[in-house]
Design a protein around this ligand. Structure first.
Ligand SMILES: [Zn+2]
Length: 334
């Protein structure tokens, strides 16, 4: 059997992401199978093991508890169907090749900004997920304290992000960062657990999924009830009549303030954002400038950053169970 290995890495203050393939609305993880890109999605319950080793501040059962809560957060999104089952503790490492989905710590002192990574093994013929391994870098300071602990990364928060990858989600563009003197990025604000850069130590906000995360998981695991009760919006981003590839699209629900993001993913500038709560939306196109492009797109060559942010000139109605009118957002050069 041929296998493809993909790796998604979460860094502290610096984003690196090795593989994001795109189909429609969200950046979801994909694998190329027989020349076409297949979304990575579990077609069965995720049976996972947890390594049986303690580290300085986290015991193996505490790790298992944090991971279980992370899975539960995703599974609790209404109108989705995804199963997870803790099988047991294992002496196996969280690395590929054994057919087991293993979550645990690894000591990677040489990766001084890496918090965690998820890696996939995929059947190259069918695109079926064979296993996903997640490691947390034990060279970083970790906490499982209920309210978080200053200076230590919250294991459950980073766990929710990594389990999002395990389930097939790529990175979101919904965050604001500022560059640090050392070239890394500091998060100023984020509206998605799946934004590629983690909050600093002590912060526990990423234990809670945001609207963007929920829309993404609904696209992958939504039930027929979800399809009936959510809607989508679609359109193009153009500059002088030419399509813009890689524009970050944000849609704000006028009644709730919830934000969901997506990207234009063709040379025509086409985008689709689905899994939306019906209602009126404010839609905006902007360059992806708050995360390293490589953390969102696997190939950043074609991503266009050379335009000014632009609101669509009217509100867009997203109907229940349908798609709003195709819109064109005409941006101007920077
Ligand atoms: Zn990530």
């Amino acid at each position: 059997m041929t296998r493809t290995a993909l790796i998604a890495t979460t860094l502290a203050g610096l984003a690196v992401f090795a593989s994001a393939a795109h189909l429609e609305a969200y950046i979801t993880l994909g694998a190329t199978v027989g020349g076409r890109v297949v979304n990575l999605r579990w077609d069965r319950t995720v049976d996972y093991f947890v390594t049986n080793r303690d580290i300085a501040d986290v015991t193996a059962p505490q790790l298992q508890g944090a991971i279980d809560r992370a899975f539960t957060s995703w599974a609790a999104v209404p109108r989705t169907s995804l199963g997870h089952q803790f099988v047991g503790f294992t002496g196996a490492e969280p690395v590929g090749g054994d057919g087991l989905t293993v979550i645990g710590f690894r000591s990677r002192p040489e990766l001084d900004r890496t918090l965690a990574a998820a890696s996939f093994e995929v059947d190259n013929v069918t695109g079926r997920i064979l296993e996903v391994d997640i490691y947390f870098n034990s060279s970083q300071p970790w906490s499982v304290a209920a309210g978080g602990r200053a200076g230590s990364f919250d294991l459950e928060s980073v766990g929710v992000h990594e389990v999002g990858h395990l389930l097939g989600l790529g990175h979101s563009g919904l965050g604001e960062t500022e560059l640090r003197a050392d070239g890394g990025r500091r998060v100023v604000a984020k509206r998605a657990v799946m934004f590629p850069i983690a909050y600093p130590g002590g912060n526990i906000d990423d234990r809670t999924l945001e609207a963007d995360d929920k829309a993404g998981i609904t696209e992958l695991y939504g039930t027929s009830d979800a399809i009936r009760n959510t809607g989508s919006l679609s359109g193009r981003v153009t500059l002088g009549g030419q399509g813009i590839f890689g524009a970050h699209i944000t849609a704000v629900h006028t009644a709730t303030g919830d934000i969901v993001g997506g990207f234009s993913l063709t040379s025509r500038g086409d985008f689709v954002i689905s899994g939306l709560v019906p209602g009126l939306y404010i839609v905006r196109a902007e360059p992806l400038d708050d995360a390293d492009i490589g953390s969102v797109f696997d190939d950043d060559a074609g991503v266009n950053l050379n335009f000014a942010p632009m609101f669509h000139d009217r509100l867009v109605a997203v109907p229940r169970g349908g798609t709003g009118p195709g819109i064109e957002i005409k941006v101007k050069a920077k």
